[in-house]
Design a binder for this molecule. Structure first.
Ligand SMILES: NC(=O)c1ccc[n+]([C@@H]2O[C@H](COP(=O)([O-])OP(=O)(O)OC[C@H]3O[C@@H](n4cnc5c(N)ncnc54)[C@H](OP(=O)(O)O)[C@@H]3O)[C@@H](O)[C@H]2O)c1
Length: 326
């Protein structure tokens, strides 16, 4: 059987994403082969493609997908051929057929389609750990979510609101404000028109936010820190605008005594127990309709470069899913 993959041979712009045909690999011990019907696009794919996150070369892009198990490697007893599955955080995702470790794979419940799974596994488990574990969102807290109309942002806003927080969603421009509101944001800050610090202060009677989830990085980190209440927490979990400048410890101390963390989904789903707990919490809120998933924007897998361009140009909202055809 042949497969289509999108491979990176050298770091660079979207043009380095190279579509190739090759024989599909067979699973080794402890692995499964999956025929993928949907592949998730994530901002980390951009960091790896551009070289911001160095990776051994060449590599197949992507680390999230869903499909059907087509072959079991020796010793795999937890999955069956024909079973619908999904995963997040396993590199090599931009492929019509792939192999991966069986212990990275989660069986999909009825009611979660493969395209929905590809839209939410990585972004949704990220939202899960952000609001339930990295910081435990509690009723009455004031929570700021950057890129609130984006993939992670839409899910995190809804989940934080469900947990009882007042949510301030932050978007780059006015056209995205409605989506942030539909995703549960009680208030929306439009960065092209408003000051984040001023708006958060105004909405909190001068106190500031309990937690700011900042995935934008360079352009927003200082304003995020300045928006926190005393002893508030900055969660810096991404850098879509570039790596933020270093923070001098002295600037977060004294009367404000702030906290900062820099988490990754990998660290919060490292053990099989954590992966199962995070994914089942995610499926639960989606199946109950507490967190609604808008139909993702789709591109053919072979047009991964166009999808990267759209994501980097801030043209996408919600999740983007690549569809293999071969
Ligand atoms: N640490 C983790 O565990 C983890 C896991 C998943 C994702 N992430 C991070 O979460 C963030 C969101 O990921 P996602 O895949 O869901 O993407 P996304 O939010 O759908 O897209 C990124 C958004 O960032 C905003 N942005 C601000 N400045 C930007 C710039 N200069 N270039 C591009 N975008 C800019 C844009 O929204 P506006 O136009 O509204 O500003 C854009 O739509 C990324 O930073 C990603 O690295 C972290």
């Amino acid at each position: 059987m042949n497969r289509t993959v999108v491979r990176v041979h050298k770091p660079g712009g979207p043009e380095v994403l190279t579509v190739e045909q090759e024989p599909a690999p067979s699973p080794g011990p402890g692995e499964v082969q999956v025929a993928q019907t949907a592949v998730g696009l994530n901002f980390i794919d951009v960091y790896l493609r551009s070289g911001l996150y160095p990776s051994p070369l060449p590599f197949i892009g992507g680390q999230e997908g869903a499909g059907v198990v087509t072959e079991l490697g020796a010793g795999v007893t937890t999955l069956q051929v024909g079973q619908r599955v999904a995963y997040a955080g396993a590199v090599g995702g931009y492929a019509s057929v792939r192999v991966l470790a069986a212990d990275k794979v989660i069986a999909l419940p009825d009611g979660i389609s493969e395209i929905t799974a590809a839209a939410i596994m990585l972004k949704g488990m990220t939202a899960e750990y952000l609001v339930r574990r990295c910081h435990v969102v509690k009723p009455g807290q004031l929570v700021v979510v950057h890129a609130a109309a984006g993939g992670v942002g839409q899910l995190a806003c809804q989940w934080a609101r469900h947990l009882g927080a007042t949510v301030i969603g932050v978007v780059g421009r006015r056209e995205k404000a409605q989506l942030a509101t539909e995703s549960g944001a009680h208030h929306v800050v439009v960065l092209s028109e408003q000051s984040l610090v001023d708006e958060v202060k105004r909405l909190s009677n001068g106190h500031g936010a309990d937690v700011v989830y900042d995935s934008v990085g360079k352009d927003t980190l200082k304003a995020s820190l300045d928006s926190l209440r005393a002893r508030g927490l900055l969660v810096s979990f991404g850098q879509s605008s570039g790596m933020p400048d270093p923070i001098a410890l002295a600037t977060i101390g004294g009367a404000r005594s702030l906290y900062i963390t820099r988490p990754s989904m990998h660290a919060y789903t490292h053990t099989r127990a954590e992966l199962e707990e995070s994914s089942s919490a995610l499926f639960d809120v989606v199946l109950k309709g507490v967190v609604k998933v808008k139909p993702p924007t789709t591109f053919p897998l072979t047009e991964a470069a166009a999808a990267h361009r759209a994501l980097e140009a801030r043209q996408t909202t919600g999740s983007v899913v690549l569809l293999p055809t071969v």
